[in-house]
Design a binder for this molecule. Structure first.
Ligand code: UD1
Ligand code: MG
Length: 487
């Protein structure tokens, strides 16, 4: 064996991480038909956030424990996890729900003995993977590690009961977790609480789970009872204490969901500002996906970014814009109230382009450099070359538009014949007057001019003036009809 292989051999000895996610609870307080863990935070189901964290941990296996709404929950994460996750995904059902210990017992048959099990909840979306890495490190593959924190108001939580402290400043070793409803008056004074998250060697976990009973105030099988078994077995119990309550906050109600959404969004806003983005108000930004920004980007209030969005250097986004799945190149200006949604095809806005206010860019809109799209203009599946302009009240669908084309107010590409979509080609330097209907398929030759109000059904030659409308008739000295006098 070479020394390089030996080093890899040592690294490979770190125990594998298997994640168990409890997601069987009903979520009564959400007052919703949708299972709680499928409610969305930053555009993604709560459970998806937890699955993404498991992926960050490079988990070997993830076991999701389902119960209420199991079919819906399983369908939702099987679809979403498949694409990104490297881990093996297992579902186990917990019916009925007899407590957190009973929940994890259901996972025992699918858990290997050689791993470290990290227990998470599907309704706790904002735990950072760094925190969990610390917790796993604290477990060291042999100890029971609990994620804890101090809560000024600990009512409702499991309390961390410690032995009398060994010396000044030192905390006594963890002896047990006692649930609020089972706690004595003295124990209720304890402010260190169990977060609901632990890392535990799988083989020990299995042994301890087998010993649980439900002789307690709630008649439930408490996962937290394994702490006293660990102590009895002489296995060290360690607490990894954090201060950031958001990381372990669960969602039980719409109010808590909204609070976590704001906490998450404020975090994103701060990350963007630290990267140099100027936000008019960090409290009025929503990023529900990935927003990538170059230098000197500015974003006004009430903008929503969804899916994958990238903003080039110096891009300016006006107030009240919704931008999804789009690439906006350097120096482009998106004026207020613009809606851009590339869905799966994407939208591209070229360098220095001006879009809006009140513009709508739909999937497949590809705008070249310095294109202008003005108010109440809709663009779908169309390419506009450099310098083309459609400034007012117009529709461009399935069109290829050449450089410097001027597309008049109120003009429409009639791209749909009731059965099929057809293309409109407008070559470079064409001037389309106001209120024209271009019945596709049709090609307007380069440099041509189309008279306002024309309905074109045939191709037009390059350089020509094409007019297709009723001829104007003038009758001199026309006297309008008069009303007959009364009586
Ligand atoms: C649990 C802990 C408590 C801790 C608190 C942190 C136990 C006994 N207590 O209490 O020490 O301070 O979390 O929030 O573990 N679930 C199931 N099946 C069940 C019961 C629960 O899947 O049979 C799921 C729930 O949907 C939820 C999670 O487990 O996602 C935690 O359950 P919950 O009822 O919120 O636990 P708590 O009583 O709050
Ligand atoms: Mg809870």
């Amino acid at each position: 064996m070479t020394s390089k292989n030996q080093i890899q051999g040592v690294a490979a000895q770190a125990p594998a991480i298997d994640v168990v996610i409890m997601a069987a609870g009903k979520g009564t307080r959400m007052k919703s038909r949708l299972p709680k863990v499928l409610h969305r935070l930053a555009g993604r189901p709560l459970l998806q956030h937890v699955l993404d964290t498991a992926a960050d941990l490079q988990a070997r296996k993830v076991v999701v424990i389902t119960g209420h709404g199991a079919i819906e929950v399983e369908a939702a994460c099987a679809g979403a996890a498949g694409a990104v996750a490297e881990f093996a995904l297992d579902f186990v059902r917990q019916e009925p729900q007899l407590g957190t210990g009973h929940a994890v017992q259901q996972a025992v048959p699918v858990l290997a003995d050689d791993g470290v099990v990290v227990v998470l909840s599907g309704d706790v979306p904002l735990t950072q993977s760094d925190t969990l890495f610390h917790l796993i490190k604290a477990s060291g593959g042999t100890k029971l590690a609990l994620l804890t924190l101090e809560q000024a108001n600990p009512a409702g939580y499991g309390r961390i009961v410690r032995a009398a402290s060994a010396g000044a400043g030192a905390e006594g070793v963890v002896q047990a977790i006692v649930e609020h409803k089972d706690a004595s008056v003295e124990e209720r004074q304890i402010t260190e609480i169990y977060s609901g998250i632990m890392a535990v060697p799988a083989a020990q976990l299995k042994r301890w789970l087998a010993r649980l009973d439900n002789q307690n105030a709630q008649g439930e099988y408490y996962l937290t009872d394994i702490v006293k078994f660990a102590v009895a077995d002489g296995v060290e119990v360690v607490a990894y204490k954090i201060t950031d309550a958001v990381q372990v906050a669960g969602v039980n109600s719409p109010v808590q969901l909204a609070e976590l959404e704001r906490a998450y969004q404020l975090g994103q806003a701060h990350r963007l500002m630290e990267a140099g983005v100027r936000l008019a108000d960090p409290a009025r930004l929503d990023v529900r996906g990935d927003l990538l920004c170059a230098h000197d980007v500015s974003i006004d209030v009430n903008c929503v970014f969804m899916g994958q969005v990238s903003l080039g250097e110096g891009v300016s986004i006006g107030a009240n814009c919704v931008v999804a799945n789009a690439v906006i190149e350097a120096g482009a200006v998106i004026h207020p109230f613009t809606h851009i949604d590339g869905e799966t095809l994407g939208v591209r806005v070229g360098a220095g382009a001006l879009v809006g206010p009140f513009a709508r860019l739909r999937p497949g809109a590809v705008l070249g450099a310095e294109v202008h799209i003005g108010n109440f203009v809709e663009v779908k599946n169309s390419t506009l070359a450099k310098g083309a302009k459609a400034n007012h009240l117009a529709y461009l669908g399935d069109a290829t538009v050449g450089e410097r084309v001027n597309y008049g107010a109120g003009s429409i590409t009639a791209n749909y014949d009731g059965a099929n979509k057809h293309r409109t080609v407008i070559e470079a330097d064409v001037h389309v007057g106001s209120n024209c209907v271009l019945v596709a398929p049709i090609t307007l030759g380069a440099g041509g001019t189309v008279g306002g109000g024309s309905t074109l059904t045939k191709d037009t030659p390059a350089g020509a003036l094409s007019v297709a409308r009723g001829k104007q008739v003038t009758i001199a000295n026309w006297s309008r009809p008069q009303k007959a006098p009364r009586g």
